[in-house]
Design a protein. Structure first.
Length: 128
């Protein structure tokens, strides 16, 4: 019994629920990976936090650990200081290293990210 993660298979969004009470609670995460990482980063039980405390941690977490595209920072990554918004390697560049497409000329969607050995798959969807 404890905190588990509910995931919407259509939108990929995720939320916590308590398996003891059957009650969902807290913020909606952009994906399951982000919800799992939140539980690793903040090891205490989120059910014991007030709404204000959970909201503050969620805001801090999203800014420091989750890119706007939905990819998450590796827990093992050395982080000198969490300042500013986290951007993944693909979002922080103006052009795609694979095809050279301009980020401004393409639609950047989280669905285009797929975990592959050594990182993520091609991040750009052209022509949309």
């Amino acid at each position: 019994m404890g905190v588990h993660i509910l995931e919407d298979r259509e939108s990929n969004e995720a939320a916590f629920y308590c398996s003891t009470s059957g009650w969902a609670f807290g913020p909606v995460f952009p994906n399951r990976e982000a919800a799992e990482l939140f539980l690793q980063v903040y090891s205490d039980d989120p059910r014991r936090l007030t709404d204000a405390e959970l909201s503050a941690r969620y805001s801090e977490f999203i800014n420091g650990w989750v890119c706007e595209c939905g990819s998450v920072r590796d827990l093992d990554e050395e982080i000198p200081e969490l300042t500013g918004r986290f951007e993944c390697a693909y979002c922080s560049t103006k052009t795609c290293a694979t095809c050279g497409a301009s980020r401004d000329a393409t639609v950047h969607k989280v669905e285009t990210y797929r975990r592959v050995p050594g990182g993520y798959g091609h991040p750009f969807v052209k022509g949309q």
